[in-house]
Design a protein. Sequence first.
Length: 322
Amino acid sequence: MIETNKYTEKTIPREDIVYVVEFCNTETSSQLLAVGTDSKISVYQCKFPEEDEDVEEFEYDQLCDLQNGCRATAIAWSPETTITTLPRTLRFAVAGSDRRIRVFSTDLKGNDSVQILEGHTDFVNSLTFDPDTGDQLASVGDDRWCQIWDREGNQHLRFPLSAPGMSVCWHREEPMKVMVGQKNGVIKIFSLSGQQQLMSFDTGQVPLMEADWSVGNKGLLVGAVAGTDWFMFDVSVSSRPVERRQIHVEGARHFRWAKCHDSLVATVGRPGRQIRVFNTKHQQTPLTISQPITYSISWHQKFPALAAGGDQKVHIYMFDSL
C-alpha cells in the first residue's frame, strides 16, 4: 500500500457499479464529476479546500441524474460547460454499450436535452470534444473507425484504423489534430485540415489498452499502456519511445496524464486492480494503491486529485506530495 502520509482518500457512495468517471476539463467548472453506471449518468459538484476557501474538507453535491438506458463506456465534457455563470450549462457526450453516443445538455432547471449519434457498428471506447468550441466530437471504437461528428450530429470526417480504436484525444495546442491509440499497439495522429494521417508511433506490444496526450509539454508527449508496460513518445523527436518500463506485471489497463502537472501519470492494471501514480520528472518510486475494483480513472483539472470508479462507490484520492 502507498504510504498514508502521501494521500487522502474520500468516497462518494453509490448503489450501483461505477464504470466511468470523468472530471470536467474546463477551468471554470473543474469541480464537476460525471459518473456513468449501468443505466444513467450522475453529475456531482465536488468541493475541495484547494479551490474553495469556504470548504474545510472534501464535500460533494449530486446535481442531476440523466438516463442513458445502457452501460456507459466513455464520457467527454464539452468546453461550453459552465457552472459559475448564468445560464448554467452542462454539456457532455456519453458512449453506451448499445454502440450509440448520446450528447446531453442541461441547465439544471429541468431543461434537459439529448442528441443521439448513430454510426459506429461496434462498441465505442473513447470520446473527446474539440477543445475550442465543442462544435466537433471525435470517437473511436471496435469497428476500426475514428469518427468526427459536427454540432448537428452528422459524421463530417472519418479515418479508417488498422485495429480497434481504444483512445482518442484532442490537444488544446493542436486543435486541428487528433490522436488515436489502437489495440495493435500503434498510435496515430491525424490532420483534420488535411484529412490524412500525419505520423504514427508503435509500442511493439499488444494489447494497447489506453493512450493519452499530455496537456502540458506543448503537446509533445504521448503516453500509453500496452501489455505489461507503459510507453512515452516525444512527437518532435522520433517514432521510438523515449521511455518504456514494466508497470503492471499481469497487464495494464488505464493510462492518464495529470492535467495540472506535466510529470504526473496514473495507471491501472493487474494483479488486482492496482492504481499507480508516478512522477516521471524525478523518477520517484511508484506510489501504489490497492483497490478491489477499478473501472476507470480521471484527474482533476487544477490539482492532483484522482477519481476512480469502483463497486458501489467513487474513490477520490488527493495527493499531498508527489
